[in-house]
Design a protein around this ligand. Structure first.
Ligand SMILES: [Zn+2]
Length: 162
């Protein structure tokens, strides 16, 4: 992306865009009756353009087009146009950025021990490959020992020793 394109993108988003938070992910969007500027945005930045039908709901309303970009692509875009933005927009950009940063780093910042008080550090964490779920290895060893104890006791019962 050259600086001329970047200037155009920044100016367009400055005037017509919305910085937002779509549930758990950052989102930049622009709504326009004209389609071509949004196609240009998509070509330069990625994202998607949708045609929004409104006339069927109310004949006074116009159909329009909406371009969206989400997630890390959105934060990357915000970062690259940041120097061109007005102070008001820069505030919005910073808010998005801060929230995204906290979100990405939250597990590391908050979780320091497991619910049984073992240190939540790399050495003690097991991650399941299939779903990324994490468990405490120290706890898991405890479960295994309890399970083994049960097996031994059951064997003793079977043998008539208990
Ligand atoms: Zn534990």
């Amino acid at each position: 992306m050259n600086s001329k394109d970047l200037g155009w993108i920044a100016g367009f988003i400055e005037g017509e865009g919305t910085f937002n938070w779509a549930r758990v992910t950052p989102c930049v969007s622009v709504s326009q009756v004209q389609r071509w500027p949004l196609d240009k945005l998509q070509r330069l930045c990625g994202g998607n353009v949708y045609y929004i039908v409104r006339k069927t709901k109310n004949p006074k309303w116009n159909d329009y087009n909406k371009w969206y970009i989400y997630g890390d692509e959105a934060t990357k875009l915000i970062k690259s146009i940041y120097p061109f933005l007005s102070p008001k927009r820069q505030e919005q950009a910073k808010a998005i950025y801060t929230k995204r940063y906290q979100q990405v780093n939250a597990p590391k910042l908050i979780k320091t021990i497991c619910k049984h008080g073992h240190l939540w550090i790399k050495k003690n964490i097991y991650t399941f490959k299939k779903d990324g779920r994490q468990i405490c290895k120290v706890c898991a060893r405890g479960w295994r020992e309890k399970w083994l104890q049960k097996v031994v006791i059951n064997q003793e019962v079977l043998n008539g020793n208990i």
